[in-house]
Design a protein around this ligand. Sequence first.
Ligand code: ZN
Length: 288
Amino acid sequence: MTAASAVANVLSFDLEHWHTATLLRDVVTDRTDRIDESVTVVTDLLDEHDVRATFFTVGEVAREYPAVVADLAADGHEIASHGHTHTPLYELDEATFERELALSTDAIRDVTGERPIGFRAPNFSVGPRTRWAFDALDAAAFRYDSSLFPVRTPMYGVSGAPIRPYALRQVRPFVGDGDVEEVDSFLEFPLAVFNPSFRLPIAGGFYARMLPVGVLKRGIRSLNRRGIPATLYFHPWEFNPAVVTNGIAPHKRFVSFHGIERLEGKLDALLDSFVFDSVQGVIDRHGW
Ligand SMILES: [Zn+2]
């Protein structure tokens, strides 16, 4: 055992309909949900390793598949909010976002009996233009957000944002503007990047499907060596090759589906090598 292996990393899944993913929602015609079969692949793997995770769940999915979400909660997984309709925040304003939060909170509470304390924006869509999200989350009694990708990518991300979990009151994620310092004791769990000078995303999803598992391991280890938990995200549908769709633009097909048949083996290898827990579990372990 090394010191790095003692750091508990965050394992999370965004539980949404695969056909509402940002790159797919306007182009796929087969909208078969595949929620149950996809979630089962993930929960079998988690059970095998006795690991708890956070499922950032779309409110509409909780309404449509209450038994799936209730089973996850009963197995000790954390159910957090991924919005109500999986609409990126840049397509909402503060008022409609507050309504999304309220609807998703009610949907999750009706299924689990508990209100969610965590949030992840669809398509990591919290940035300087949607900074009002933090005030809305804080006002709605959320405890943490996990939407900030601390590297700029073609679709999302905030370059220069901190890479370790932090309280928003203490650190400014948006360079040059201190507005978010007003938010008190609200935590941010940024998605994992490898090497702060270059910031290669290793957080999961497309990056985990594309990169060799050895690179993912080196990245997580480099964070853990500095005492930083890596926050990883996946989608249950990324473990289900049945969602692979032909007849869409090559780049959308590549980003959405490349490596989907090997992801289960990669996550299995990561679960063998590192300690993982839900966001709530990591907060509790650290006493944050
Ligand atoms: Zn999503």
